[in-house]
Design a protein around this ligand. Structure first.
Ligand SMILES: *Cc1c(COP(=O)(O)O)cnc(C)c1O
Length: 450
């Protein structure tokens, strides 16, 4: 085959020989021709580009690894699937099949879980905004509601009055676990005594019965010991309220926050080296439980892992639509999917793989998305060989938060597919068209073009 002419460029000399760091990055590239045995070509021929692809095999495997790491160490563990991380019904259903209950942070998510057939008592309802009517609905269905602030406490008292009964509630705590910035905007602060004030109020009105504690210290937490501190403080508080007020804390919900092997921008080491294993987290967490709980005490342990389960099960296939040379001599590519689909591009640097073997030397390249907007940059500097229009880039891991935070801005949102364990490809969200955009828009009669 005749090689395609590529205009020469002048690059800083890099040693191209194999050395102690391995072979030169200028000649190595990551080529991916399939996902779970299904070729990239087949996927885009059938479902177009850009395309989100989820691996059911990876998803189930990650859930099982995580569940086993905890259930083999502690007798009473349940995972609540964090809906906001990815609430496509197919994804939620895979995790519910695996045994996860639902963890929701809004009424929309709550309704979504109920629509999927999740019983009220299998829903953990968190978040800073729960309307009075949503609280009432959740209480009547027997869901676990974790109170976030004083106004919610007062609203729950109103629900108790209305239903004419005492209500069991949990509360979200925030605390210093050595993770900074501290997420103090959610829940009630432990160290300042605010959390205790809530319990005192519960005890004095007698309308609510505290039966659970919740805390979520942040996301992408690289320090397993932060969870040990969280647990120690939660258990100390548990015994304090049990002794002082006679409550029985039935569950400790330690939230989510385990990292995925996504590379946070600005970190130097590769995620493989940086990220502790799930066993390290499980060991720290369960050791802290055994250290601090009284013998024979096994409150239910809830975990709300989102990112750590789904991120690596998701890929975005995007196609190069054009390339150009910037005035500063950098190579630039324009892809058909950008930050409209990958909101997390602001914080994370993805793995970029290409769908074919390509001739030529790698050079530092920038990858833009399709938006007519300056900030639409997927990758500010990565080594890529000369790529032709139509070449597909496979970006990963992108399974967490993108398919919920993506925006309908300028372009339609694309198809999302799930590859089953026996390589069946199921469409799990259809690409949008103009009718989706227009559906809720109203053009007043007087403004219609005659
Ligand atoms: C977002 C969220 C989670 C999931 O967090 P990850 O970092 O994705 O594991 C869990 N619990 C609560 C309350 C959340 O807001």
């Amino acid at each position: 085959m005749k090689k395609k002419y590529e205009r020469p460029v002048i690059l800083k000399v890099q040693t191209g020989m194999m050395n102690k760091f391995g072979s030169s990055p200028y000649y190595t590239r990551k080529v991916r021709k399939d996902i779970d045995g299904v070729s990239i070509n087949e996927l885009t021929e059938k479902f177009g580009s850009p395309l989100f692809v989820f691996s059911e095999t990876e998803l189930r495997q990650r859930y099982r690894n995580l569940y086993n790491a905890f259930s083999t160490r502690y007798p009473n563990v349940t995972f609540g699937w964090s809906y906001k991380t990815n609430y496509l019904p197919a994804i939620c259903s895979v995790l519910h099949q695996e045994g996860a209950i639902a963890e929701v942070v809004s009424e929309m998510e709550y309704d979504k879980a109920r629509t999927l057939g999740i019983p009220g008592e299998d829903i953990i309802y968190n978040g800073p905004h729960k309307s009075l009517s949503a609280l009432e609905k959740a209480v009547e269905a027997g869901s676990m509601v974790n109170i976030d602030h004083f106004d919610e406490l007062f609203d729950m008292e109103k629900v108790s009055d209305k239903l004419g009964k005492q209500i069991k509630v949990g509360m979200r705590l925030n605390m210093d676990t050595g993770i900074h910035p501290q997420w103090s905007r959610f829940g009630l602060n432990l160290e300042s005594g605010q959390a205790l004030d809530v319990v005192k109020r519960m005890a004095s009105t007698g309308k609510l019965i505290l039966n659970g504690l919740h805390c979520h210290i942040g996301t992408y937490i690289l320090e397993p010991n932060a969870y040990a501190i969280e647990i120690e403080k939660m258990i100390k508080f548990t015994y304090e309220v049990e002794e002082k007020f006679g409550y029985k804390i039935e569950y400790l919900d330690i939230g989510g926050g385990f990292p995925s092997k996504s590379k946070l921008k600005g970190t130097y080491q590769s995620p493989e080296l940086l990220i502790p294993s799930i066993d390290e987290y499980a060991e720290k967490i369960t050791t802290a439980l055994y250290h601090n709980l009284k013998p024979g005490d096994f409150p239910k342990l809830y975990l709300e892992t989102g990112r750590g389960i789904i991120d690596e099960a998701g890929y975005l296939i995007t196609s190069i639509v054009s390339s150009k040379r910037l005035p500063d001599s950098r190579k630039a590519y324009i892809a058909d999917g950008g930050i409209n689909l990958l909101y997390t591009a602001f914080w994370y640097k993805y793995n970029i793989e290409i769908d074919r073997d390509v001739q030529g030397t790698n050079e530092p390249s920038i990858v833009y998305g399709p938006m007519c907007m300056n900030i639409d940059v997927i990758e500010e500097g990565t080594l890529l060989p000369p790529l032709e229009k139509g070449t597909k880039l496979i970006l990963s891991p992108v399974g967490a938060y993108n398919v919920t935070q993506w925006m309908q801005f300028i372009e339609y949102r694309p198809n999302v597919v799930l590859i089953s364990e026996d390589r069946q490809i199921d469409l799990i969200r259809e690409a949008e068209d103009l009718s989706d955009i227009s559906k809720r828009e109203i053009l007043p009669e007087r403004l219609k073009l005659k």
